[in-house]
Design a protein around this ligand. Structure first.
Ligand code: EPZ
Length: 420
C-alpha cells in the first residue's frame, strides 16, 4: 500500500504545467471503436484511469499503442472482434467504462457492459444512458449485473431530451447517434469542455454534429467515421487544483497550459475572494492570499461551479476569516473528505447537501485517508499548508486523476514524497 508524506509549510514557487484532461481522454479513447482507422491522440495524461480504459478497449478489439515512446501520445485502432463485453473486473475499477456502450451499439449492434455500480461519491445510476440509447432503437435487459443491449436493425436517429444533465450520458448518445441512420435532435445536453472536446474530435472523424443554442445539438448520422489526429484539451480540474494550492501557499506560482475560458467560472469566485492572481494567455500566476469575506457556492453543471473542485475549495475557504457555504447539487454523497479535513483542524459542519465552512486558524498535520479522487487531493492541499508531517493513505485514488502530482509539487518546493 503506497502513501504520500508531506512536511507542510514550504512556499510553492516556480511553474506547474497542466496535463491533458482525464475526462476528455476517456470518452475520446472510447470513440476509437467508431472507426476502423487509427485515432491518434496527443496530450493524453499518463493516469491509472487512462490505463484502465486502454485495458477495456483492448478487451474489445482496440489495439492501443504509445506513439514514439511518449506515454502522452496514443494510437488506437479498432479491428472488429467477436467480443462486445466490457467485463465486471475492469468496469468496477472505473465507471467511465460505460462510455464503450454507445460506440459498441453503433458498430456491433449489440453490447454487454457490466453495471458500473456505485462508488464513494454516490449510487451513480446509468438510467439516462439507457433511456437515451433506447430512443435510438436499442433494447436492454439486465442479466447478472450486466447491461445486455441489442439493436438488430442498427441505430435510428430520433428526438431525445435528457430529463437531467449528464456528462457521460451525453457522451454516449453523441457517439452512438453519429453512426445512426438519419438525424437526431438532442436537448438538455451537458456542455462541459470535455464533452465539447469529444464533439470536436468526432467532427474531425467525419461526424456531422452541430451545436445549437441552450443545450441543443443536431446530429446527422453518417455511414462511417475515419481516423484523425487530436490533441486533448488541458485538464481544467487539475489547473484549478493547483491554482488553489497557489492561493493557499504560493509565492509567484505559475500554472501553465491552461485553457482560461474553461476555468473562468472559478476565477470569478477567486476574484470575489480577493485572491491575488494574474492571467496571461494560457497561464495563471497566483500568490498566497488571505480571505476576509465569506461566500456561498452551489456546484452546478458547466458553466456553473464544478463539483470536481468542491473539496479543494473547502480547504481554501477553511482558512478564510468568515463563514462560507458550499452546496453539493450534483452528487448525493460528495462530502467524504469533510471528516478527514476536520481531523486536520478544519471546522466544517454538514447540513444535508450543504457544508458550512467555519474559519479555522490553521490546518494541523495528521494521518489521513483518501476516499475518492478529488477528496484525496484536498487532503494533499491541507497537508501542504499544515505545519508538521501529514501522511495520506490509499493514494491509488490520487493516481487515477493527477499525473505526476508529487513531481510537480516537489519541483515547486514542496516537501512531499511517496512511500511504498
Ligand atoms: C462525469 O461523471 C465526470 N467523470 C465526473 O468526474 C464529474 O464529477 C461528473 O461528470 C459531473 O461533472 C468523467 O467524465 C469520467 P454525470 P458522470 O452523468 O458522467 C446522475 C472526476 O472526479 N446520473 O454528469 O458519471 C449522477 O448520479 C469525476 O473526474 C443519473 O442519475 O456524471 C449524478 O448525480 C468524478 N443517471 C449526476 O447525474 C445517469 O444515467 C451527474 O452525473 C447518469 C448520471
Amino acid at each position: 500500500m503506497q502513501k504520500i508524506v508531506i512536511n507542510g509549510g514550504n512556499f510553492l514557487q516556480g511553474k506547474i504545467n497542466v496535463s491533458g484532461s482525464k475526462n476528455a481522454s476517456l470518452p475520446i479513447m472510447a470513440a476509437s471503436i467508431l472507426t476502423d482507422e487509427t485515432l491518434e491522440l496527443e496530450n493524453v495524461p499518463d493516469l491509472v484511469d487512462v490505463h484502465t480504459m486502454s485495458q477495456v478497449l483492448s478487451s474489445l478489439g482496440v489495439s492501443v499503442a504509445s506513439q514514439n515512446e511518449s506515454k502522452n501520445n496514443l494510437s488506437l485502432t479498432y479491428s472488429d472482434s467477436d467480443s462486445a463485453i466490457a467485463e465486471y473486473d475492469l468496469v468496477r475499477k472505473m465507471r467511465a467504462s460505460i462510455l464503450v456502450l454507445g460506440p459498441l451499439l453503433a458498430r456491433k449492434r449489440h453490447a454487454s457492459v457490466s453495471l458500473p455500480g456505485g462508488c464513494a461519491i454516490g449510487a451513480r445510476p446509468v438510467d439516462l444512458h439507457i433511456n437515451a440509447l433506447t430512443k435510438l432503437g436499442a433494447s436492454f435487459e439486465l442479466e447478472s449485473g450486466y447491461i445486455k443491449c441489442n439493436a438488430p436493425k442498427g441505430l435510428i436517429g430520433n428526438k431525445i431530451n435528457f430529463d437531467k444533465v449528464s456528462v457521460g450520458a451525453t457522451e454516449n448518445i453523441v457517439m452512438a447517434a453519429s453512426l445512426a441512420r438519419g438525424e437526431s435532435e438532442i436537448t438538455n445536453i451537458a456542455l462541459e469542455p470535455e464533452v465539447m472536446d469529444l464533439i470536436t474530435c468526432l467532427n474531425k472523424m467525419g461526424a456531422k454534429i452541430e451545436l445549437g443554442d441552450n443545450r441543443n445539438i443536431l446530429i446527422e448520422g453518417v455511414d462511417q467515421l475515419k481516423g484523425t489526429v487530436h490533441s486533448i484539451i488541458p485538464d481544467r480540474i487539475e489547473a484549478i487544483t493547483y491554482i488553489i494550492a497557489g492561493a493557499l501557499i504560493g509565492k509567484n506560482l505559475e500554472i501553465t497550459n491552461i485553457n482560461i475560458e474553461h476555468v473562468s467560472n472559478v476565477l470569478e469566485i477567486l476574484n470575489e475572494l480577493s485572491i491575488n492572481f494574474a492571467m496571461k494567455e494560457s497561464s495563471i500566476t497566483v500568490e498566497q492570499s488571505s480571505i476576509s469575506d465569506g461566500i456561498t457556492i452551489d456546484t452546478m453543471e458547466y458553466p456553473g461551479f464544478p463539483t470536481d473542485v468542491q473539496a479543494q475549495m473547502m480547504v481554501l475557504l477553511s482558512l478564510g476569516k468568515s463563514v462560507s457555504k458550499i452546496s453539493e447539487n450534483i452528487f448525493e454523497n460528495r462530502f467524504m473528505h469533510v471528516p478527514e479535513l476536520n481531523r486536520m483542524g478544519a471546522n466544517i459542519e454538514i447540513n444535508g447537501k450543504t457544508a458550512v465552512i467555519n474559519p479555522c486558524q490553521e490546518f494541523i498535520s495528521a494521518q489521513v485517508m483518501a476516499t475518492d479522487l478529488r477528496a484525496s487531493v484536498s487532503l494533499i492541499l491541507a497537508g501542504l499548508v499544515a505545519k508538521g508531517t501529514t501522511t495520506l493513505n490509499r493514494i491509488y485514488h490520487l493516481d487515477r486523476g493527477y499525473e505526476k502530482i508529487e513531481e510537480k509539487l516537489l519541483a515547486c518546493g514542496a516537501d512531499i514524497k511517496r512511500l511504498t
